[in-house]
Design a protein around this ligand. Structure first.
Ligand SMILES: [Zn+2]
Length: 158
């Protein structure tokens, strides 16, 4: 258990909660792994928000995105746990999800909503210049991603 996330089950948005630090400190504050959680309990988790002094990766990388996530989705249905627990990794269902961490895994919604791209060729250019998502080299996955991306762009332009 390393990678744990906060996920909004209504908006299908998730954010990196802070690896082992989150997994070890949050359960003590009543934020249980692999279960639905309340934003208030996360807000009140004193140890979680006060890591050792050398934890800049938490203070500068993880916490700003988590705070923003809790502000936007605090009233929604939230889940805390591993990625596989809220989005099935063996299907393309997770293409419906958007990661809002500091360094998110690219998904169709990331290209359309976060980057504001409107054509698949601009997605291709971005991927070449930045990074290849794990699914990029799998033709059926890329087709599925493209279909979803183009549907989002169409919906957003209406
Ligand atoms: Zn939400």
């Amino acid at each position: 258990m390393n990678d744990v996330y906060f996920a909004c089950m209504q908006c299908l948005v998730y954010v990196d909660a802070g690896y082992r630090w989150a997994a070890f400190t949050l359960p003590d504050a009543g934020v249980q792994l692999e279960s639905q959680i309340k934003a208030d309990a996360v807000d009140a988790a004193h140890e979680y928000w006060n890591p050792p002094d050398d934890s800049n990766w938490l203070r500068d990388g993880i916490f700003p995105a988590v705070r923003k996530f809790l502000k936007s989705h605090g009233e929604h249905e939230l889940f805390f746990g591993e990625h596989e627990s809220f989005a099935n990794p063996d299907s393309t269902d997770w293409f419906d999800w958007l990661e809002v961490s500091e360094d998110p895994n690219p998904s169709p919604r990331f290209f359309a909503e976060t980057l504001g791209l409107v054509t698949w060729s601009s997605v291709r250019d971005w991927v070449k210049a930045n990074r290849f998502p794990w699914w990029w080299s799998l033709p059926e996955y890329q087709d599925s991603a493209r279909t979803r991306f183009e549907a989002i762009v169409r919906r957003r332009s209406q």
